[in-house]
Design a protein around this ligand. Structure first.
Ligand code: NAD
Length: 488
């Protein structure tokens, strides 16, 4: 693993130039060692507006390139990211606190490269409609009216992203946005923006024209808020918490922003009495400790049939014993730290509120005796639907368990949530699982499986968001429909 250059002069990328943060720098802290690992540039609101203006100026020429020309550059960007990823591991591991395995496989390289490779092949969603016989009338003579439905790029997209998978999340936004013909301004999460600035170096090396990808960063909300207000920005592609998403929707309404909102989750995992409990428990446990539970799609709300309830809890408890908490750079570690001290304290209060409300603490709940911001995998059983720990996301390694009697109650409990991002059904009877899935108010459902299909539409019902991306839906998300009508 390469070394971290703590003294590197990190700068913003605006209109193809690396510029100093107009408001100085702030410290980026490793959540494990609590050491400063870099000093991130702090943009001013004027620089956020400069970045939006640069993206606006670059839009016409980028849009006029053929899809093939744009895709060639997107493919080259994927190549540059792949080539550079090994050198990014140390920095991205340190700023995110992710375990080394998670960093190497999911934070840099693989998924980000895949996104650019996928959108390096043009996706044509334009279609012709069947002609309609049209009678003579006040607007013109009779004839056959034809129409073509074209996809036009939305324009300038501001990508405002969360801290958990910084590079991968940004790649999932800018790859389809660029393919659709949009130009972009990236506003990374304040906690770990360095990997995104490294991505900017790959953008430069790939030869994308100046202004097509800009990066502005800030420690507070001002830079993101300025992009939401900017009349140079047509669309906000946001991933983050539901309360901030709601604020952005309200503020973006003033300038009629197009919005893609990928927000919080409280994934239900229904485990039926005939389920393979080993598979169910292992699947749930895999995501329980993975990236210290800082995953929006995690099945954190287990809804277990009464006949297997005790056994499932016992099996999950056993799994927790194998989840080594500690130094994320040690390859035997499963659970690393959460992102900040503030977040660690918030998750601890969350667990305490569950116990106060009557949940039974099966394991975890205590603070590991380690430097850094660690939380032991925590299991709260005998939960009821009205508890705060059942209703809200922890964004930490905390699982709550509820008991059900029949499938109707399982569906009712699963849907009794403000969220609806990703839910799961574990059952030996796939017909039954499929039937249950169809009744869930959830954007995505996994049947006996945790891994998502990366080309399937992704997004949430209810407070989990608005809109979908991935696959061809990524192109849909970043384009406007235009109908061109003519008389044949
Ligand atoms: P957050 O909402 O605190 O911050 C997200 C981004 O919004 C950051 O870049 C932040 O600087 C910016 N921001 C804050 N206030 C703003 C404002 N007023 N205007 C514009 N931008 C503003 O989220 P987080 O703590 O970084 O991430 C965790 C959350 O993200 C969780 O709720 C998690 O479920 C969610 N998440 C969702 C998905 C998904 O795909 N649905 C994926 C990952 C994370």
């Amino acid at each position: 693993m390469s070394m971290i250059d703590v003294d590197k002069n990190w700068r913003l990328l605006i209109d193809g130039e690396w510029v100093e943060g107009g408001a100085g720098h702030y410290d980026i802290v490793d959540p494990h060692t609590t050491d400063v690992v870099g000093r991130a540039p702090e943009a001013t609101v004027a620089q956020a507006n400069d970045a939006a203006a640069a993206a606006r100026a670059a839009f016409g020429a980028w849009k006029r390139l053929s899809a093939k020309q744009r895709c060639a550059l997107i493919g080259r960007l994927g190549d540059e990211i792949e080539k550079r990823s090994p050198d990014w591991v140390a920095t991205v591991q340190a700023e995110t606190g992710a375990t080394i395995a998670t960093t190497e496989t999911l934070q840099v390289g693989g998924p980000a490269v895949d996104r650019f490779r996928y959108y390096a092949t043009p996706i044509d969603l334009d279609e012709s409609l069947s002609p309609i016989p049209t009678p003579a009338g006040p607007l013109g003579p009779a004839g056959l009216l034809s129409a073509e439905v074209k996809r036009q790029p939305v324009g300038v997209v501001a990508a405002i992203t969360p801290y958990n998978f910084p590079v991968t999340n940004v790649a999932g936004k800018i790859a389809p946005a660029l393919a659709a013909g949009c130009t972009t301004v990236i506003k990374p999460a304040p906690q770990d923006p360095l990997g995104i600035l490294l991505l900017g170096e790959a953008v430069e090396a790939a030869g994308l024209p100046p202004g097509v990808v800009n990066i502005v960063n800030g420690s507070g909300p001002d830079v993101g808020a300025a992009l939401v207000d900017s009349t140079d920005v047509n669309m906000i592609s946001f991933t983050g918490s539901s309360p901030i998403g709601a604020k952005i929707m309200a503020n973006g309404g003033r300038t009629m922003k197009r919005l893609l909102m990928e927000l919080g989750g409280k994934g239900a995992a229904i485990v039926t009495e005939d389920a393979d409990l080993g598979t169910a428990a292992q699947s749930i446990a895999t995501v329980w400790g993975f990236h210290a539970g800082q995953i929006c799609t995690a099945p954190t709300r287990v809804i277990a049939h009464h006949a297997v309830y005790d056994q499932l809890i016992e099996t999950l408890n056993t799994f927790s014993g194998f989840m080594k908490v500690g130094d994320p750079t040690d390859r035997s570690t499963i659970v690393g730290p959460v992102i900040t001290e503030v977040h660690r304290d918030r998750v601890e209060q969350f667990i305490a509120s569950g116990i106060d409300d009557g949940a039974r603490l099966v394991c975890g709940g205590d603070r590991p005796d380690l430097p850094g911001y660690f939380i032991a995998p925590t299991l709260l059983a005998d939960c009821t639907p009205d508890m705060h720990v059942v209703r809200e996301e922890a964004f930490g390694p905390v699982i709550v368990v509820l008991r059900y009697q029949d499938d109707e109650e399982a569906v009712q409990l699963a849907n009794n949530s403000d969220y609806g991002l990703y839910s799961y059904v574990f059952s030996a009877d796939t017909k039954r699982a499929y039937h249950i899935a169809g009744q869930l108010e959830s954007g995505c459902v996994g049947l006996n499986v945790i891994q998502p299909h990366m080309e399937a539409p992704f997004g949430g019902f209810k407070m989990s968001g608005v809109g979908r991306d991935r696959g061809k839906w990524g192109i849909e998300a970043y384009s406007e429909l235009q109908s061109i009508n003519w008389m044949a």
